[in-house]
Design a protein around this ligand. Structure first.
Ligand code: ADP
Length: 476
């Protein structure tokens, strides 16, 4: 039995801003159920965590966390949920705030959290064989684990969920936040500044990312956000394991949030669509194809392409529903577009899990034209709710969506290669053509119905990786 400690900055059902939370909320459960592992998870305690979860936590210990020359107190509490022990590190100064990220001192907050994870190790009621850290917020957990060796021979895995966000700080924070000798500066620094993502990649025994294609892409300057030299150096230790989703939770037959539950039935999906059209004040016409986007409204998600072609595509007999939050430029654009097309375009600028599920359940198509996409969970959720994904061929989108081929009858979606608005428009128009061709449409839906991305295979791959770590010599 391998003891694994997951550490991350978000996790469903406690706190979520994106796909990372879905992964941390479902992979440990799947590992504990299907593999010979005991996974525990350690997270920051945010004010945002709903009170019914907070009231289930039990305090385990109080610890002192050294931050440079200072000491901060932290308390550790714990709850058990679906076979996984979750630990939460609380500190009023760093985490009793509104929201999750976006503060000027986010770097310092996660230096604190990372060091606190190390100090918390004696209080977790197990000795981890492996620390598995996720994204920049916990890159320093890996660095501290290697430098301070709180557990002799501890092994580490660092997973990159999105290399765009690296957690950088001015280099002079090294003295302020880390009581480490200068010999360790080089392992934390990149291009003259402290970089938490680099620290994780540099110190981890194994580095993974969330799809095989993205693992290749990030060695290229176009995708690497400057870190390709390091990734090329560590090439032999970098691999891609595709994310899954919790297919028990995202399940149209059981989902309590949706209007009518269904397995494959298009008729029942139409009832959901009609209900959604009423909820969103769209023209009620369940025969009209509905295209949905549920996304952070940021450049990464290909929003610029949608901006270019929205008016042209809305000349067709279609409806589009957008749910998202993000950059002002995009929120503003969609808000005004929504005013111009009240019958055919709905724009909801909010984060709403229930509405998201109703939209997946109602959608005929799910649009995701990302500039880059490490894995993408939304297209997997869409497939699970029998909405046909339309994606750009990048990262995990390329690994999970195969373009429909009307000759061979293969494919579970639509895709285009170049990051070009009119290629997206052509693909959308082609999807509409297939929608109106009963023979092809039924064939495509058959393929969609067969596409399932549960954690089964990927959990197995992670378990194998943890086994391989036995043979890593930490002093090499
Ligand atoms: P990323 O993590 O880059 O944002 P993913 O596709 O991996 O993208 O995961 C996004 C997750 O967040 C999905 O579960 C998606 O349904 C959800 N999501 C995104 N925006 C919203 C929103 N405005 N309201 C509800 N859920 C959202």
């Amino acid at each position: 039995m391998k003891n694994i400690l997951f550490t991350a900055s978000e996790c469903t059902p406690f706190v979520k801003t994106g796909g990372l939370a879905d992964v941390i909320g479902s992979l440990p459960q799947s590992l504990n159920k299907t593999q010979n592992t005991k996974v525990k998870v350690i997270l920051p305690f945010y004010d945002e965590i709903p009170s019914h979860w907070q009231s289930q936590m039990e305090q385990v210990a109080s610890i002192n966390v050294p931050i440079g020359w200072r000491n901060q107190e932290a308390s550790i509490s714990m709850l058990e949920h679906n076979g996984v022990d979750y630990y939460f590190i609380a500190n009023d100064y760093y985490f009793t705030r509104k929201g999750v990220y976006g503060y000027y001192d986010d770097g310092e907050r996660f230096v604190f959290f990372s060091r606190a994870v190390i100090e918390a190790l004696p209080h977790l009621n197990f000795t981890p064989d492996v620390i598995h850290a996720h994204d920049w917020q916990t890159g320093l957990v890996v660095a501290f684990a290697k430098i301070l060796q709180p557990i002799p021979d501890i092994k580490t895995v660092f997973t990159i969920h999105n290399i765009k966000y690296q957690g950088i700080m001015p280099h002079d924070m090294f003295d302020d936040f880390f009581n480490l000798s200068m010999s360790h500066f080089g392992g934390l620094e990149w291009n003259g500044v402290l970089n938490c993502m680099k620290s994780g990649i540099f110190h981890a025994d194994k580095v993974t990312t969330v799809s095989p294609s993205y693992a290749e892409e990030i060695k290229d300057p176009f995708y690497s956000e400057g870190l390709h030299p390091l990734l090329l150096e560590r090439e032999d230790d970098v691999s891609g394991i595709i994310n899954g989703i919790d297919t028990g939770d995202y399940h149209p037959l059981k989902d309590p949030y949706i209007h009518v539950n269904y397995r494959h039935s298009r008729a029942k999906k139409k009832i959901n669509k009609e209900h959604l059209q009423k909820t969103l004040n769209l023209a009620v016409d369940p025969d009209k194809p509905l295209y949905v986007m549920i996304t952070r409204l940021v450049e990464q998600k290909g929003i610029h392409l949608m901006q270019r072609i929205l008016d042209e595509f809305l000349e067709e007999e279609v409806q589009i529903a957008v749910l998202g939050t993000g950059d002002f430029e995009f929120e503003d654009f969609f808000y005004h577009a929504g005013q111009r097309y009240p019958d055919s375009l709905s724009v909801q600028l909010t984060f709403d899990e229930k509405l998201a599920r109703q939209m997946y359940a109602s959608a005929d198509f799910f649009i995701m034209p990302s500039q880059f996409e490490p894995c993408g969970l939304s297209q997997l959720i869409a497939l699970q709710y029998k909405a046909v994904p339309i994606v750009r061929e990048t990262g995990g989108l390329k690994d999970t969506v195969t373009p429909f081929n009307e000759i061979t009858g293969e494919g579970n979606g639509f895709s285009f290669n170049n990051y070009n608005a009119h290629d997206l428009l052509e693909t959308l128009r082609y999807s509409l053509k297939v929608f109106h061709d009963p023979v092809q449409w039924i064939q495509l839906l058959k393929n969609v119905n067969k596409s399932q991305y549960s954690w089964k295979d990927s959990a197995n791959e992670y378990a194998q990786l943890y086994e391989e770590l036995e043979h890593v010599n930490i002093y090499s």
